[in-house]
Design a protein around this ligand. Structure first.
Ligand SMILES: [Zn+2]
Length: 192
């Protein structure tokens, strides 16, 4: 987590700027609060606090850039409907700019048709202990919000449901929002 958060590293085109009253948003709200309570998404001085997403018919709902996971609601979640790796552009609905990790979430959904939810959080306990216990970890530190970083994580998750981003945090995927959340809590409690 040595890299300072300076916002997203892509351009967002907002297609409609209105609150998203989707069931998926309410699921993310509930798990965002749980993550915050368990210390899995600590707000850093520079504002990078983790990000949660859930697949929709049109793309995926994702927490807004720089938004605390304890405060997810229809005005702080965006829906990404398209993303373009080559031109670093994201098309979205909703009020906030999508999380800086939108490409990572998008690539995981692309590679894993069975995955319905992607959770990224920060935890010193998980980052330091999980690799020792044999959980997969990226071979290098991954600068947040970059395409090579997104690809490195998404490649590991082609065959895994959980991985550590070296010296940064973790990513969990699931066939539902609840299964991604519960797997994270289960791994977290195993490490204590
Ligand atoms: Zn992060």
């Amino acid at each position: 987590m040595s890299e300072v958060y300076t916002g997203t590293k892509f351009r967002t085109v907002v297609l409609s700027e209105k609150p998203l009253n989707d069931t998926g948003v309410h699921l993310l709200t509930s798990w965002g609060m749980q993550f915050a309570k368990k210390g899995l998404a600590p707000q850093t001085e520079t504002g990078h606090a983790g990000n949660l997403s859930v697949r929709t018919n049109n793309g995926f709902l994702i927490s807004g850039a720089g938004i605390s996971l304890a405060e997810l609601n229809p005005t702080s979640v965006a829906e990404v409907v398209s993303f373009f790796i080559n031109t670093k552009k994201v098309l979205s609905h909703g009020i906030p700019e999508p999380s800086s990790e939108a490409f990572m979430h998008g690539l995981i959904y692309l590679y894993r048709p069975d995955v319905m939810a992607v959770f990224h959080g920060h935890s010193d306990l998980i980052t330091s202990r999980a690799p020792i216990l044999g959980f997969p970890v990226t071979e290098k530190e991954v600068p947040y919000g970059t395409i090579p970083g997104a690809k490195m994580v998404a490649n590991i998750l082609k065959t895994e449901d959980f991985c550590v981003i070296k010296n940064h945090g973790f990513v969990t995927v699931g066939s539902s929002v609840d299964s991604a959340g519960e797997l994270t809590l289960q791994i977290n409690s195993t490490l204590k």
